[in-house]
Design a protein around this ligand. Sequence first.
Ligand code: AMP
Length: 211
Amino acid sequence: MRLILLGAPGAGKGTQAKNIVSKFKIAHISTGDILRDEVRNSSGLGIKANQYMKEGKLVPDELIIEIIRNMLVKGGGKSGFLMDGFPRTMVQAEKFDEMLAGLGQSIDRVINISVDSERLIKRLTSRRVCSSCNNICSISNNEEDKEGCPSCGGSLYKRKDDREEVIKHRLKVYEQQTKPLIDYYKKSGLLFEVDGSGTETAVTERILSIL
Ligand code: AMP
């Protein structure tokens, strides 16, 4: 199964991606996670990407396309994948279609998780990531320093791009550059809409019901 998960920052793509890939035993390809690893390792790509990411801007298409091309060439996602955070621009979507066609592959479904903007901002400002297992969770102000990761007890950190001024920019970038992909995949008959409000389990069930 080859899937794409679309949605604004904070829509719950990362959380839902983990639930879906564990059910279908397919690869979870998150360009955001790949880039954050590169930044952590101070690789050439990481150094180039870091400035864009800190400011909530998109990393240039050619760098992202190269990551995906390398992954496909090495046979990554051969037995199915879920793309989380890719494609994010029309150029990426068209290139991805071309690359898959070259391998005789195609996308089975595109799932768009929609959440209203007030809730997106609330989720992003309270989002924390586990430094040990990358689990994504939400924290309320009074829990701030006490609670570790609910899965493994590791320490939680706030992503640099989850600061309010960066969040606003990321949401603007989403509206301008990523939202048009909804129509692109609607036209090809691949798009399925999912309401992203409610509990994590409720949203997972909605997604599973269309797969
Ligand atoms: P995410 O974890 O998906 O929210 O991505 C975090 C950041 O990584 C984004 O704000 C971008 O700066 C960068 N990024 C991730 N995926 C892409 C992509 N497909 N195209 C361009 N930039 C990306």
